[in-house]
Design a protein around this ligand. Structure first.
Ligand code: MG
Length: 498
């Protein structure tokens, strides 16, 4: 094997080690760390991040990449793909000056602090100057890159490599009127009962039930664990140590089950990677949208389906006999699929969720191209909520201030959530063509064939293919919302008798 390739892999392996050590520190920060540890932890993370960045952006890496591009020109080979992915990340890292990265880090810390206070007091004016600063920095970031068709392309590319803004707008544009019409039809239909979901459920029993489900999905507790944290997330330390977190909310006790399925979907992606990619930039999921397609698939297409509950509901009812007294499986299934336009994105159901995303995307694009001013945000937010969901936030805390992303300057991220939903339905149609009796398997609590299909067709490739290419390779088409519309229409026709 090429000596230069070995040398590059050695450096990239060390960069990966440093980044994964940061992930361990970040996980500990969320799961175990007492509040007093915060300041030192911030410094430790900054130091590790700086060393990793210096190592990765060294001139030697650039020279190795250029030489190896000639040696491995075919991106269909693992080596060629690794060089291509590394070159792209290297080019981005080199364009952004370290002073800018430092300035952004300071603005992020101050922004989060101001956002917490603004949200607490429900006062956008406290956060406004910080968001204005972030928008200024975002525009500066864009200026480091060659001009794109739309300035937002540069931001989106960091999360969805190779997917232009125009494509996302087209995908969302065709989906929006259909989703709005569906929600209207549902609001006019007979509503489903779901009060019993808000009864008091024992936390420990719910937690154990969630672990029972994900064990059946194939989450391997010898290569992972589930811990309690303020927000559910998945984090990877190596392909043999992929952890998830979860929470318990008294007012939505069974949400813990769906969060576990969601994070397990992310974890299975990471656990199903190709061992040969470990400690290289090919490890991990190809993009946020494809990652989210996996979590959404296990949470919604599997976990909110009738066959799934036909298997698990008898056990759930046995665990919670008084809470679920008089509730049959069909009633339970309908309840966990209840649709109700609501203010908060993270609590939104499948029918309304994407509309929350679309309004954020439109606002982000407007802030970046200058057509929307930060000072006008609360008004614009509320007007879009009325247009898309028919409700008006009573205050900014439940409106424009609800998400943390903008507080640290992350712009370009939101659309990946909705794209994940869309891709999950496209994949699901393909899987059901290839695994003919999938429903029957799910009804029996069998998930091995589904998991293996995902591993072979998606997980094992890591970053080898860009997201749109991977979707095309599997389904024969690009990212397209038609399958998602078919899925929603079928499900809600059943749940609401449309
Ligand atoms: Mg997720």
């Amino acid at each position: 094997m090429s000596e230069k390739l070995n040398r590059l892999k050695e450096i990239l392996g060390e960069v990966s080690d440093l980044n994964r050590a940061s992930s361990v520190l970040g996980w500990d920060q969320q799961v175990n760390m007492p509040p007093g540890g915060a300041e030192a932890r911030g410094l430790q993370l900054a130091t590790l991040g700086k060393i990793a960045q210096e190592k990765f952006t060294a001139d030697e890496v650039g020279i190795l990449i250029e030489d190896l591009k000639k040696e491995f020109p075919d991106p269909q080979t693992d080596e060629g793909a690794m060089i291509r992915v590394t070159a792209r990340t290297y080019d981005k890292a080199k364009r952004v000056p370290p002073e800018f990265v430092a300035e952004q880090a300071v603005a992020a810390t101050k922004g989060v602090e101001a956002w917490v206070e603004a949200k607490q007091k429900s006062d956008f004016s406290i956060f406004r100057p910080h968001l204005e600063k972030h928008v200024e920095l975002v525009k500066k970031y864009v200026s480091f890159f060659p001009p794109a068709a739309h300035p937002y392309d540069v931001l989106l590319d960091d999360f969805e490599p190779g997917l232009p803004t125009a494509d996302v707008l087209e995908i969302f544009g065709s989906l929006r009127p259909k989703q709005v019409a569906l929600i209207k039809a549902i609001s006019e239909a007979k509503q489903v009962k779901s009060r019993f979901l808000n009864k008091s459920f024992n936390e420990k029993k719910v937690w154990n039930f969630s672990e029972n489900i994900i064990t059946k999905f194939g989450y391997d507790f010898k290569r992972g664990r589930q811990d309690k944290a303020p927000h559910p997330f998945e984090t990877t330390f190596s392909m043999n140590d992929v952890r998830i977190t979860n929470r318990f909310e008294k007012n939505a006790p069974l949400a813990t089950l769906f969060s576990a399925m969601h994070e397990c979907g992310h974890a299975l992606y990471e656990l199903g990677g190709n061992p040969a990619y470990e400690r290289t930039p090919l490890a991990g999921g190809t993009s946020l949208a494809v990652h989210e397609s996996q979590s959404r698939m296990w949470e919604n297409l599997v976990g909110r389906s009738l066959p799934f509950w036909e298997h698990f509901y008898p056990q759930l009812k046995k665990t919670f006999p008084s809470q679920l007294e008089g509730v049959n499986v069909k009633t339970f299934y309908k309840a966990v699929n209840r649709v109700e336009p609501s203010l908060i994105r993270v609590n939104a159901d499948e029918a309304t969720y994407n509309l929350h995303i679309m309004l954020r995307l439109e606002i982000e694009i407007g802030m970046v191209d200058g057509s929307i001013q930060v000072r006008d945000l609360p008004g614009i937010w509320n007007a879009k909520m009325r247009d898309y969901l028919g409700i008006t936030p009573p205050n900014d805390a439940q409106g424009v201030l609800q998400d943390i992303h903008w507080s640290y300057g992350a712009v370009g991220y939101f659309s990946t959530y909705a794209l994940g939903n869309i891709v999950s339905a496209q994949l699901w149609e393909k899987i059901n063509k290839e695994i003919k009796n999938l429903e029957e398997q799910i009804r029996k609590g069998q998930f091995a064939e589904l998991r293996e299909w995902l591993r072979v067709n998606i997980h094992q490739y890591g970053h080898k293919y860009d997201p749109a290419d991977l979707v095309r390779k599997i389904t024969g088409q690009g990212i397209d919302s038609a399958a998602y519309v078919r899925y929603l229409t079928k499900k809600y026709s059943d749940v609401y008798g449309l």
